[in-house]
Design a protein around this ligand. Structure first.
Ligand code: NI
Length: 256
């Protein structure tokens, strides 16, 4: 069965039909969803969603572009949320120089602090890294991130960088982008990486796969991602589903 390892159902784009959509997931083969926080408010909303839906788990953390709101008190609040039984990871955290807001030094300070938090609460990390390949890997190596573990969400770097993350024991999150015709590098990465290192994700409401590119995304679109991974690796769709489910459970040990 399919596990969506990265979704944002707290997003306002789901306000009109969230209940209807989420309760239809199981009938569509989506048996587990991990909703991922991107700031303090969405982390709190994630906790509320995990309380409402049995099949929905959560991650709490602050996305690099929202780190200006962080303080030591907020880190303590994140820590309390992280200890709840259905919170399975710290994320999404990392560096994003595409939107260079706040300045890199602030992003770095809170990335490091949230890696410390993940280590302290013994949870894997969901890493968001955009246009910041070198600083991300350098900071993760300095933190010995391989001891903490986690996933590189929406993996978008080279095959060489993928090798570095695989050597650290990290999973690569594969979503709708792999279906885009011009996404040559990620197709190469999926061909190169062992299937045992890949997990499925949507990042919904963003990044809908072909043929729904540009529309609001949901976990129901994951079969398009599965088909493309199966094609690239020349294996059965059933095998992609079975192995990535096992991978997701190994990535997030608290997932029941
Ligand atoms: Ni995300």
């Amino acid at each position: 069965m399919i596990i969506d390892t990265h979704a944002h159902y707290d997003d306002g784009q789901f306000d009109i039909d969230r209940e209807e959509l989420l309760t239809s997931m199981e009938a569509n083969g989506i048996t587990r969803i991990v909703n991922v926080g991107a700031d303090m408010d969405s982390s709190r909303q994630t906790v509320a969603l995990t309380e409402k839906y049995s099949f929905l788990y959560g991650a709490v953390g602050v996305h690099p572009n929202s780190t200006a709101e962080l303080s030591q008190e907020k880190i303590i609040e994140l820590k309390k949320m992280a200890q709840l039984p259905k919170i399975v990871a710290i994320g999404e955290i990392g560096l994003d120089y595409y939107w260079d807001e706040p300045e890199p030094s602030v992003q770095k300070q809170w990335f490091d602090c949230q890696m410390d938090l993940a280590r302290e609460v013994k949870l894997p990390m969901i890493i968001h890294s955009r246009d910041a390949a070198k600083d991300t890997i350098d900071m993760m190596k300095a933190q010995k991130a391989g001891e903490i573990g986690g996933v590189i969400h929406c993996y978008s770097y080279s095959v060489e960088m993928a090798r570095e993350y695989l050597n650290m024991g990290f999973f690569l999150g594969i979503g709708g982008v792999v279906t885009f015709k011009n996404a040559k590098t990620i197709k190469e990465v999926v061909s190169y990486a062992p299937i045992e290192a890949l997990v499925l994700e949507t990042d919904c409401p963003y990044l809908a796969p072909e043929p729904n590119r540009g529309k609001r995304n949901s976990s129901k679109n994951i079969p398009y991602v599965v088909q493309e991974i199966a094609r690239l690796k020349d294996i059965d769709v059933e095998k992609v589903i079975a192995v990535t489910e096992k991978n997701a459970r190994s990535l997030y040990p608290k997932l029941k």
